[in-house]
Design a binder for this molecule. Structure first.
Ligand code: PEP
Ligand code: MG
Length: 757
């Protein structure tokens, strides 16, 4: 008995000649079935290919030739259809005993008892089936099956090159593989969208499967393994890795797989059988996929996902196809799919074509989600097992309002979705009509509603929403979208343009908050160990005070840009009053330079701090006299109050912004600011959610800075609120906390005629 490697290699060597020959595709297939049949000593060898949605017998040795192009099976029908439908191998001693067996008299197959077939796969979809049959009833040896699988891999290349299957058709038709499915997830940014699935890290298409030079292929794989291992080690040593919600265990598993010599050996063997490095990696992966599918264990499925990830990484390295989908550009309306993304990665996509995002991880306050919210792009997070269901190019209906996505919808689903979409647009239009409306409560109090922004492109939102100003301009976004540190001139230009386009409305510039999940490749903390917990690490004002060149440049840019007008500036992550003093001193010294140079100075400078580190709340008596305003960053504040990483997918729903602990904390801050006559605002995501906003109004907060899409709904809500009613209600709940404050508040709104979507 030859080894699997030797058997496959022998066939591949002969196939090499066939493929290199100049004969027509059909003639090649006829030779291929002869070669395989002969090598495996098989009485029947047949190739079925997908045409017009059916698996058609294209070539056979051993079955009646009259059946060629006559025998056709649907996906899921008969043994051949089952193999294609399930993308799995069948190995039967007695074919007729299989429940899906379907007898086709025209083939003359009744005398053959044993049957083995493997799918011919292209881009993870079955485009055909290769099978062998024998008169003698026997199960096929593992080596024979392996050889068939390897040959099927090469056939997929032959088929694609010869245009034997219409790929579009193959990738659009078979119901069993590509029928509609619905996946559930966690709503991170509400909204509806439809578009074609685009993987952030695209799958690699393997162009060449047969090796010209086996040693060269081996070397390519070895080098790729070295690079992949380096990358994984680097990742493990890097602080940023923890931010995506990854756990140490996960990286350890990755490492274990990356260093798995068994995996490397199997790829090596596949190369020995005559495959290219790419084909060998894919071949081993296919085999693992098939094995894993037989084991119904969610834990293993997770591990499988890690291995897929690594296998893709190895493929990308070996094939040199390293870019993300952003580097290729979006050609149509797209729904982007990723495990997780950084905010800068999201911003690389063409905003006109990016309609939605689906993440396997993600949480409400991760910066990528904040950016998507600001862009008005719906995001569905924590969608499990999407890789097995969604394929590149599938039509998706993303319903982030309901927390679901429909994959490959049937036409009536598309119609129903379009109808809902139209309704939701109507609602949006109704909110847009509130643009001129003043946010005044039922009892006549004027609430200040501002928006959060970070890029030049966000500025039109100010007039579109009719907001009162920009309560948080995240200046680090300019840094995130640049390949290098933005020069002082570029910063000045941006700030000036932002103030120009805001006109008389105020803009509160926050100095850079870099670090945490906003890491910059060109700015690293290189004189220390990697960070265990970057959200609590070297970020924001801590970076700015240490690298004071950075803060000096930014201070100068802001002061110059604000020449002749009011500058509102605030510092992020202030934990102790001295940090504020130190940052302000940088501004003072830059102001002195401008004054010496007789530059036009700002008319007024208003200084503020963000309250996002709980410790600062204990120092408000010292802090507030120094400030013109204080802005509460609830995203960070609540993660620190609850000691719960804001980007951790497992904690995304764990703690509630409407918990008595958070609200009591905020109440203290409200009272302290009122006593010191300091303006107070909330600029975290909390303020953009209706129930939360209502609670904040109840606490006495009168200024909110929120994501633009929430302005319309918030104005509508404000118009229905009677502060004299909500204030005492919230005070009552804080004094005697109910078990579920959210439920209590929700019932209260119903009782007071404040309806939400
Ligand atoms: C916050 O922490 O609430 C905040 C507004 O800042 P960022 O989300 O940019 O950290
Ligand atoms: Mg913050």
């Amino acid at each position: 008995m030859p080894t699997a490697v030797a058997a496959a290699r022998q066939i591949l060597t002969s196939l090499h000649e066939v493929m290199a020959s100049r004969s027509a595709a059909q003639a090649k297939l006829n030779t291929v079935v002869e070669v395989i049949g002969e090598s495996l000593d098989s009485e029947v060898c047949s190739i079925y290919l997908l045409r017009e949605g059916m698996l058609e017998l294209f070539a056979t040795r051993g079955l009646a030739q009259e059946a060629v192009h006559v025998t056709r099976m649907a996906i899921g029908e008969g043994l051949v259809g089952t193999i294609a439908g399930q993308i799995d191998t069948l190995n039967l001693a007695e074919a007729a005993t299989h429940p899906d067996f379907s007898y086709r008299p025209e083939t003359g197959e009744d005398k053959f008892h044993s049957f083995a077939g493997v799918p011919i796969v292209r881009r993870e979809k079955a485009v055909g089936v290769l099978c062998v049959q024998h008169v003698e009833p026997r199960r096929y040896e593992e080596v024979e099956i392996e050889a068939l699988q390897t040959v099927a891999m090469v056939l997929s290349e032959l088929i694609a090159n010869a245009d034997l299957v219409d790929e579009d058709e193959a990738f659009g038709l078979s119901e069993a593989q590509t029928g509609p499915q619905q996946l559930k997830g966690l709503t991170l940014v509400k909204g509806l969208a439809s578009g074609l699935a685009v993987y952030h890290q695209p799958r690699i298409t393997i162009e060449h499967t047969m090796a010209e030079d086996i040693e060269a292929e081996r070397q390519r794989v070895y080098l790729a393994f070295d690079r992949m291992r380096e990358q994984i080690d680097h990742m493990a040593g890097q602080a940023e890795f923890g931010v995506g919600g990854e756990h140490e265990e996960v990286i350890e598993t990755y490492r274990m797989f990356a260093y798995d010599e068994g995996w490397k050996r199997r790829i090596n063997e596949a190369i020995d059988s005559g495959l290219t490095a790419e084909a060998a990696i894919e071949r081993v992966q296919q085999r693992t996929r098939m094995r894993m599918r037989q084991i119904d264990d969610p834990l293993l499925a997770d591990r499988m996902h890690d291995l897929e990830d690594l296998s893709n990484r190895l493929l990308r390295i070996v094939s040199g196809q390293l870019g993300t989908a952003a580097s290729k550009g979006l050609r149509q309306d797209a729904i982007l799919i990723a495990k997780n993304l950084g905010p800068a990665e999201l911003l690389e996509y063409d905003k006109r074509r990016l309609k939605g995002v689906i993440l396997e991880e993600g949480s409400l306050t991760a910066h990528v989600v904040i950016v998507a919210r600001a862009m008005g792009v719906p995001v569905l997070g924590r969608v499990r097992s999407l890789r097995g269901v969604i394929r590149e190019g599938d039509l998706l209906l993303l319903d982030a309002d309901q927390g679901s996505v429909t994959v490959r919808p049937a036409p009536p689903m598309v119609e129903a979705f379009e109808a809902r979409f139209a309704k939701s647009r109507e609602r949006q239009a109704a909110y847009a009509a509130l643009r001129e409306a003043e946010p005044v409560t039922k009892c006549g109090a004027r609430i200040t509603v501002m928006i959060n922004a970070g890029l030049r492109e966000d500025m039109p939102n100010l007039s579109l929403t009719g907001a009162d100003g920009i309560g948080l301009f995240r200046t680090e976004f300019q840094f995130l979208v640049s390949a290098t540190l933005p020069s002082r001139e570029r910063q000045t230009r941006l700030y000036r343009e932002v103030m120009d386009s805001a006109g008389t409305k105020p803009v509160v510039f926050r100095t850079v908050d870099i670090g945490g999940d906003k890491a910059l490749p060109y700015l690293r903390h290189d004189d220390g160990p990697g960070e265990e917990n970057p959200a609590m690490g070297w970020r924001a004002l801590r970076v700015a005070l240490e690298r004071d060149g950075l803060l000096k440049a930014q201070a100068r840019a802001l002061l110059e840009a604000a020449g002749g007008r009011t500058l509102n500036v605030m510092f992020p992550m202030v934990a102790e009053p001295w940090e504020f003093d130190a940052a302000k001193a940088v501004f003072d010294s830059q102001l002195a330079i401008l004054r010496r140079n007789r530059k036009l100075l700002p008319e007024t400078i208003r200084y503020g701090a963000m309250l996002e580190v709980p410790a600062l709340a204990e120092m408000l008596d010292v802090m507030l006299p120094k400030l013109q305003f204080l802005s509460i960053g609830t995203n960070d504040l609540t993660q620190f109050l609850f000691a719960a990483d804001r980007a951790h997918p497992k904690l995304a729903e764990r703690y509630d912004w409407l918990s008595p602990a958070i609200l009591r904390f905020l109440k203290r801050v409200v009272d302290a600011c009122a006593a010191h006559g300091v303006d107070l605002a909330v600029c975290g995501e909390m303020g953009g959610r209706p129930l939360e906003a209502l609670a904040l109004l109840g606490l006495g907060i009168r200024r909110l800075s929120i994501t633009p899409a929430s302005v319309g709904p918030l104005k509508e809500l404000i118009g229905k609120v009677d502060l004299a009613a909500i204030g005492p209600a919230v005070a009552g709940w804080l004094a005697n906390p109910p078990v579920n404050l959210r439920a209590e508040l929700s019932a209260w709104t119903a009782a007071h005629g404040i309806a939400f979507d």
